[in-house]
Design a protein around this ligand. Structure first.
Ligand code: CP
Ligand code: NVA
Length: 318
């Protein structure tokens, strides 16, 4: 996709945002257009009160810096309001069924954002909620992150289709959403993981179907050096995601050959970009020299969570 894309007439009102696999390439491109527009307006100091009087419920089962702050600030910038809801305080933490919680919250708020350990929880919430449910990270997907990632690559490279994006490390939620995002916009996505830490084969098969429709290529490669050959974008994430902290030591052993460092990036294109969803563990999945070096766009990427999510909120909320 070029940066000068036509304004498309796409209506996403009322939809959930659980995984990018549920969205068409046109819908994803539309969200990127809206994000670019909202970002430009914010930089010019133009107000965008598109969600005046609207409320977003935010349920966090796990910690968050970027997601919480960017969603809350995003709602404020759109003229609306966000409520932070911890399961510690909600009755859901004491066993109230998801069915009742989703039905009731949907009577008060205009959209619900959830970060939860199990993807099934988000799906169940969406089943019972009459307002849009937005996935803010589950064990399987992190679609809001992937939208910010696409926006960041588009801004820095001026296009998405045809670029080679290589994810190196643990085959986790972020890897799954990057695969889905890249497949939808026609990228060449390679995922390099050690044995035992591969991406979910069921998700990979679904992404392959999406890639077949767009002409994208997706592949798996055990050797990280071979994977990053001629990469336009190199991406990594922590080796032990939330919920896997107890495996930290064994994961460090299994994944140590997958660190993104000066030696590995020799094989990439000279003008490669380095992305990381953050939080990062310097010295584990990435060396200080790479994450803090000239190819790294991690802070642009973190900022773009705000703009990408404002586009999602403005497009989905009625
Ligand atoms: N990348 C990301 O989702 O960060 P947080 O966990 O801080 O929200
Ligand atoms: N894969 C990481 C991403 C954090 C934003 C995790 O799930 O902990």
């Amino acid at each position: 996709m070029e940066q000068t894309i036509e304004k498309s007439e796409i209506d996403l009102k009322g939809l959930d945002f659980l995984t990018l696999l549920d969205y068409s390439p046109q819908q994803i491109k539309h969200l990127l257009e809206v994000a670019i527009d909202l970002k430009a307006k914010q930089k010019q100091g133009e107000q965008t009160p598109m969600l005046q009087g609207k409320s977003l419920g935010m349920i966090f089962e796990n910690a968050s810096t970027r997601t919480r702050v960017s969603f809350e600030v995003g709602m404020t910038q759109l003229g609306g309001h966000a409520l932070f809801l911890s399961p510690r305080d909600l009755q859901i933490g004491r066993g109230e069924p998801i069915k009742d919680t989703a039905n009731v919250l949907a009577r008060y708020v205009d959209a619900i954002m959830i970060r939860t350990n199990s993807h099934e929880t988000v799906e169940e919430f969406a089943q019972y909620s009459s307002v849009p449910v937005i996935n803010a990270l589950t064990d399987l997907y992190h679609p809001c992150q992937a939208m910010a990632d696409l926006l960041t690559v588009l801004e820095h490279k001026g296009k998405l289709a045809g670029l080679k994006l290589v994810y190196v490390g643990d085959g986790n939620n972020v890897a799954h959403s990057l695969l889905a995002a890249g497949a939808k916009v026609g990228m060449d996505v390679v995922v390099s993981t050690p044995k035992g830490y591969e991406v979910d084969p069921v998700i990979f098969a679904k992404v392959q179907d999406a890639a077949n429709e767009t002409g994208a290529t997706i592949s798996l490669c055990t050797d990280p050096k071979e994977a990053v050959k001629d990469a336009d974008v190199i991406y990594t994430d922590v080796w032990a995601s939330m919920g896997f902290e107890a495996e930290q030591h064994e994961r460090e052993q299994a994944l140590k050959a997958y660190q993104v460092n000066e030696e590995l990036v020799q094989h990439a294109k000279q003008d490669f970009l380095f992305l990381h969803c953050l939080p990062a563990h310097r010295g584990e999945e990435v060396s200080d020299t790479i994450i803090d070096g000239g190819h790294s766009v991690i802070y642009d990427q973190a900022e773009n969570r705000l703009h990408a999510q404002k586009a999602i909120l403005a497009s989905l909320i009625r």
